[in-house]
Write a protein that binds this ligand. Structure first.
Ligand SMILES: [Fe+2]
Ligand SMILES: [Fe+2]
Length: 157
């Protein structure tokens, strides 16, 4: 699969989980905890394959995207720490919904920037074959990706 198509599919999966979370009622504590768990796993794997494979390849192929990539890593940094806090938070905690809401806002902003501001440049610079090759590598890397958000590179910097 084309690398950018793969990443956009992930974005859609996460957006669906966000919508589910937003539709869950105030008292749907169990449901919300379960959705949060799925969000944590999806976003951790996604951030991992972007940071390990896609971001470095994007910088190399399209050096003009450097600032966007660096900003994206900083956004990942915030997101993975929020994910790790959410993992340890009870859904009945008064801060749970608020933390999820801010996470959702951050991720939506991040996804919009990736998809609108710099993925198109990377697509142009890389071409089909390169993107397909990268996509295959990312697909394979998903199986070895960590499930702990703090094991992602950007958590450490
Ligand atoms: Fe990202
Ligand atoms: Fe992404």
């Amino acid at each position: 699969m084309d690398a950018i198509v793969l990443l956009k599919e992930d974005h859609k999966t996460v957006e669906k989980l966000f919508k589910k979370f937003e539709a869950a009622g105030d008292n749907a504590v169990k449901t919300k905890k379960k959705i949060a768990g799925q969000v944590i796993e999806e976003l951790t794997v996604h951030a991992f394959i972007e940071e390990e494979i896609f971001y470095p390849a994007a910088r190399e192929a399209a050096p003009d995207t450097k600032d966007h990539v660096l900003e994206s890593v900083e956004e990942h940094h915030v997101v993975v720490w929020m994910l790790s806090e959410l993992a340890g938070l009870d859904a009945s905690d008064e801060r749970f919904d608020a933390k999820m809401t801010v996470l959702i806002e951050n991720v939506r902003h991040h996804v919009e920037e990736e998809e609108k501001e710099w993925f198109p440049e990377v697509r142009k610079a890389m071409g089909r074959n390169r993107l397909k090759d990268l996509g295959e590598r990312m697909e394979a890397a998903k199986t070895e990706a960590p499930r702990d958000p703090l094991a992602v590179q950007s958590a450490r910097k």
